[in-house]
Ligand binder design. Structure first.
Ligand code: 5GP
Length: 159
């Protein structure tokens, strides 16, 4: 049994382009907030369709020695005061346990005072598995995945 999913740049390009128009019609964000590093390339492809600026925060679920850690940690943050009433599309490569998204949404809503309805999420792959929080409980305004996949480790071309 193959327990890995291999994904190349061309498939990623297709996934983002196929979803881009739906994201525009259904959510129409003012800005893209890429989660570094996995969200950077999907965000850049999406920008060609959405034609809005990209901002970046970096969140890691690994420590300095590349060991997995229990709680995500912020590696790089930004000033959100200018984005108060903007519709923000968060972009990442994979929704696995959903810890990262949950952590980010919590910070944006409870510490940066953003409205959760103004937050949307686009991800290349959503793994079909139990998550730490449901989409409904996140209370975000929009969620879209390029592809729903089995709970297997995905190898991205940048890995
Ligand atoms: P989360 O569990 O918070 O949804 O995902 C945390 C992070 O773990 C992702 O942003 C990604 O960097 C990494 N990750 C989770 N599953 C995979 C996977 O299948 N392949 C790769 N390359 N990274 C993954």
């Amino acid at each position: 049994m193959i327990n890995k999913i291999f994904c190349n740049y061309s498939q990623i390009d297709c996934l983002v382009r196929e979803s881009g128009n739906s994201v525009k019609n259904e959510f129409n964000p003012d800005i893209i907030l890429a989660i570094g590093g996995g969200g950077l390339i999907p965000a850049r492809i999406l920008r060609s369709i959405l034609e809005v600026p990209i901002y970046v925060v970096t969140i890691s679920t690994y420590d300095e020695n590349d060991k997995p850690i229990k709680e995500p940690r912020i590696v790089q943050w930004m000033d959100f005061s200018l984005l108060k009433d903007k519709k923000i599309l968060i972009v990442d490569e994979v929704d696995d346990t959903r810890k990262t998204l949950s952590f980010l949404v919590d910070k944006l809503v409870n510490e940066e005072n953003l409205n959760s309805e103004n937050l949307g999420f686009f991800v290349l792959h959503n793994k079909i598995k139990e998550k730490v929080i449901s989409k409904k409980a996140l209370k975000i305004g929009y969620y879209k995945s390029g592809l729903e996949v089995e709970d297997k480790w995905i190898i991205y071309p940048w890995d």
